[in-house]
Design a protein around this ligand. Structure first.
Ligand code: GTP
Length: 321
């Protein structure tokens, strides 16, 4: 029987946003999970300098049974090494957390799990968690990469909220929610947060989880590069025309579509169609049937980078015209 894939959480967030602080909390928390952590960066924190030597990958088992792995360079090598050691009974862990560097785009890390066959079988990308530093967010979010980190997230965590007033926090939450209307926002206090909110996200699975859940946003227009675009219609959509629409969109803007999810009412079909994707990688499937009295509605949510919203809305409207 194939082994159950190991769930993987990618931890992203701009420089100094509290990733290491959260990791420490994760490694200390009494959750009963055996975590493996990959620190995908070179930094001067004590844990790293102890781990890094000449070897590209160093693995250390912590006192509580968690595994900490530090790499210089290739993530794939570290992932395969962890599997090898786990299969040989040298390491035990049932969940993996990968800390990205503050300046990194989390997409390549996520794509490693979606596009590398040996890794897809043994690991399951569970979710991307992005930390946002409430004190420095104004400055950080001027950087497109910091906005992209928010755009890719399944969960957004706000750190250092103890240092800002309620109005600042509210304005920041509204801004983040406009960038990414799908991800719930949680406060993390010096790394402390309910881990139940962060693990078991199933953010990249189609069945039961592709239906977009839109968070309410305050009125106002987004001035950020990364923003959420929502397309809806109550008219059933022709499957072929939909395929054409998606193909064109992916061809023209594939690299700008950070995350997207949809549930669709397809003409002549009693089941709902669900799909989701990251950049050019996407999958779709037929899901449950629509209920007899259920109001059918197609909803697609794109979190995109500088998308021509009006043009996309027009071509979508033309599908059912
Ligand atoms: N006041 C306050 N400080 C915090 C909080 N979370 C983290 N910090 C502090 O913020 C600083 C940066 O935290 P780190 O956990 O090192 O951040 P990081 O994202 O790992 O940083 P890099 O790896 O350099 O990108 C540290 O001094 C933490 O103690 C918080 O909720 N409140």
């Amino acid at each position: 029987m194939p082994a159950t894939p190991i769930p993987v959480t990618v931890l992203s967030g701009f420089l100094g946003s509290g990733k290491t602080t959260l990791l420490r909390h994760m490694l200390r928390a009494e959750h009963g999970l055996r975590l493996a952590v990959i620190e995908n960066e070179y930094s001067d924190t004590p844990i790293d300098s102890r781990l890094l030597g000449d070897a590209p990958v160093k693995v250390m088992t912590l006192a509580n049974g968690c595994v900490c792995c530090s790499i210089l360079g290739e993530l794939e090598k570290a992932l395969l090494l962890l599997l090898e050691k786990r299969d040989a009974g040298e390491l035990q862990f049932d969940r993996l957390v990968i800390e990205c560097t503050g300046l990194a785009d989390p997409a390549p890390v996520a794509q490693t799990f979606l596009a590398t066959p040996e890794l897809c079988e043994r690991y399951r990308l569970d979710g991307i968690i992005t930390l946002v530093d409430a004190v420095n967010a104004g400055r950080h979010l001027q950087e497109p990469i910091a906005q992209a980190q928010v755009g890719f997230a399944d969960r957004i965590l706000l750190s250092k909220t103890d240092l800002v007033d309620a109005a600042t926090l509210e304005a920041l939450s509204a801004r983040l929610q406009r960038i990414n209307r799908q991800a719930p926002i949680h406060v993390v206090e010096h790394g402390a947060v309910d881990l139940g909110e962060l693990f078991g996200v199933h953010g990249f699975e189609l069945n039961g989880n592709a239906t977009p859940r839109l968070r309410p946003v305050a009125a106002g227009k987004s001035s950020d590069r990364i923003a959420t675009l929502v397309l809806t219609t109550t008219t059933p959509i022709d499957l072929q025309r939909l395929s054409g629409f998606m193909e064109t969109l992916l061809h023209d803007h594939g690299n700008a579509l950070l995350r997207y999810k949809g549930v669709l009412d397809i003409a002549g079909e009693s089941r709902r169609m669900v799909f989701q994707g990251v950049l050019q990688l996407y999958g779709f499937d037929w899901d449950e049937e629509w209920g007899v009295d259920e109001a059918r509605e197609s909803v697609i949510v794109f979190i995109g980078d500088s998308l021509p919203n009006e043009a996309i809305q027009e071509s979508f409207a033309a599908l059912t015209a």
